[in-house]
Design a protein around this ligand. Sequence first.
Ligand code: NAP
Length: 286
Amino acid sequence: MIKGTTKLLGVVGYPVEHSLSPVMHNAAIAALGVDYVYLPFPVAPQDLQAALAGFAALGVEGFNLTIPHKQSIIPLLSEVSPLARSVGAVNTVWRGDRGWCGTNTDVEGFLSPLKALNCSWSQKIAVILGNGGASRAVVAGCAELGMAEIHVVGRNPEKLEIFRQSWLDSPVPVAVSVHPQSQLATLISRADLLVNTTPVGMYPDVDRSPVDGDILGGLKPDAIAYDLIYTPSPTQFLQLAKNRGAIAIDGLEMLVQQGAAALQIWLQRPVPVAVMRQSLKAQLFG
Ligand code: NAP
């Protein structure tokens, strides 16, 4: 129940109508019985600074950021975690003593299902498809695991080179090799972890895969295939990898765990991850 004492949390995006975060966070808030509410805040790019001032005036406790604000928020914050600086994106903000503070929980979300596998990563090779925003969190996650090689495959040579260079200049430098799509077959045959960070195969384009079946046929049978997409489940990419014998991980757990990590920052207490997962599944799959 919303009362005079209810504290405000939310997600800032543009558009924000399709965000699943309100469902997941309000389910957790209800299960905990805490006096909070989590709202969608549609904020146009040019209004982000004004929104921050408004949030401070209203006493908003914290918020998530989604497209297009994850990068543009950085200069507006008084503190940014080194991890978020490396990734170049903030998805979680809270109110500190000296102003707004930000971090990135996508990396923790991405890593959660991988850590649950209890593998040793130091000799392992990661191949990452795509060089956009989510790919940056994946690279940071692979670096945190201490993986031996991190390869990123993209379709635009200029963007790929900027991506590679940005990791050398980062507060936590990472050696990333970048490759055109023509090298996919060779790279995939060496991959221990193959991650799709492109939107190819996402609903409604459910029959598409970022990698052709014959190239995916070269995947090692004990490899891990990880698709950040969560609808459909499995994607064509994961189904092809599963046919090969690979371990398949979809993007739902990353979504749940990045949200759980954010809520834990705001509430400073353990949060009901199973409730958050269940609410998302109900929303997505009925
Ligand atoms: P983004 O910044 O737009 O990056 C997308 C990347 O995919 C870019 O490198 C883009 O290449 C590439 N790409 C797009 N279409 C392609 C195609 N047809 N063939 C080859 N490459 C293509 O998007 P993002 O924010 O990183 O999100 C990417 C995906 O991850 C989305 O499906 C999103 O839903 C998912 N995601 C999931 C979670 C989660 O919690 N599970 C979190 C974040 C994102 P160019 O740079 O050349 O355009």
